[in-house]
Every structure is written in structure tokens, then in C-alpha cells.
Design a protein around this ligand. Sequence first.
Ligand code: BTN
Length: 255
Amino acid sequence: MLANRKNDSILGTTKLRLPTVDSTNNYAANLLKEQLLGHGTVILADEQTNGRGQRGSVWQSEPGKNLQFSLVIFPDQFAIADQRYLNSFVSLSLVEFLKKLGLAAKIKWPNDILVNSKKIAGILIENQLKSDRIHSSIVGVGFNVNQLNFNNLNATSLAVEMHRDFLLNEVLDSLLHQMNSTYDLLKSNRFSDLDEAYFQNLWGYRELKKFQDQHGIFEGTIQGISPEGLLLIDVENEFQRSYDIKELTFLLEEE
Ligand code: BTN
């Protein structure tokens, strides 16, 4: 495969389909080490035997039912400090795609995608750094499409929400189309537009919601994200609180 690193090529022009793999993110990382992947390559699998989620969790998906893929990008103008905009680009692409289907999708900070307060997609971004720049980025997306049963997980799928099955290839192509148009914002450094769209679609932004931290359940209002990437929550009669992803639970079922 030609390793075209120029970051002006269209995302998803090259697709690599695997029947089964441990994790598409691992597979992409290995090919990247061998310098075998070009900008915009998508690696997708029907089944992952070791699908990985954020914070060391496992990503579960019924084989052949959902989209599980990794998109490789070389965002080489990107400073490490700006990496949250990669999150925004992927989250917003998914949300816009779902909205075009008529679903009221929201981003649960930092980058879970919710429909009806249930998780429909998860994102695992793994960056390879060179000094203070992001050299390459593996954007892993797990998107529930045709799975109907999630046992006791607070999850949903396109099929559950829309009461019909979808062709995975068609969903992927439309999503990639959306990703290409959102990526243009990133490429042209339109960070304030990305921020504005991100907050517009953020679950609980400037709304009173219930959360839980190590001290218990509380009500608060998300006000933004600090420069260090912490979630800022106003709680009545208190100074503003700031949370790392590991320190906070969103009480979605209370909706
Ligand atoms: C999360 O919600 O915790 C993130 C889930 C990310 C899952 C995707 S599926 C494709 C890619 N390969 C992986 O091993 N994980 C990501």
C-alpha cells in the first residue's frame, strides 16, 4: 500500500476490511509503525476479539452488526495542546450524521455519543506524538448500527431508534462524508467554530443535571472545559468544580 501522508487526501478513500482482528486500533498502530498507512485510511472489522474502550474498558459489539473502525490521520499542523479538537471533529461528525437521520443526538463529555440518553457510539483516539506535535492519530469508532440487544448496558443503536435495519457500508460512507466536511474545519484551524458546535451539542451544557463524584450525588451545570481539558461544573453556592473524566459519573438514567 502506498503510504501517502499528505493530509489533503479524502478520508476513507482507502478502506481495509478485516473479518476478525484483535482491535482495529492495534492493527492500525502496527501498520503505522511500518509506515504502511496513508492519511485517511480506514480499517474496519466485522469482529474484534479485543475491542478496546476508553480508560482500559472493553468495547463489546455483536459480530457483523455494527461499525467498528479506525481512521488514520496525519494532522501534522497540530499542537498537542489542541488535541481536544480531534475529539470535537469526530464527536461532531457522528452527531451531525445522526441528526440528519432525525435523531436528537448529544455528546457526553468528552466524546461518547448519546441518543435518548443511551450510548450509540464510542470513540477511542490514540495519538502518536513527535516533540510537541501530533504526528499521527488513530481515531477508533464503535458505532452501534443493527444490534438490538444490549443486556444491561445503557446503550442503543440505529436499528433500535429507527425500527429498521441499515446497510453497514452505506452508513459508513455517509458517516465518512460527514467526517470529511467536519475535517475541513479542523484543517483550516476553525477552532472557535468547532468549540461552538461542540458546546451546542454537549449533553447538559448550561442545564441543571445530576452527577456523582466520590462524595456523592449532586446537581450542577456544565459551563465549559478548562485549558487543561477538565470539565467545569457550577454548583449552587459553591466555587466552580473541575473534573477529570475518571472523577465523574453522569447520571443519565435519571433523565
Ligand atoms: C469507548 O466508548 O470507550 C470507546 C470505544 C471505542 C471502540 C472502537 S471500535 C474500533 C476501535 N478499535 C478498538 O479496539 N476500539 C475502537
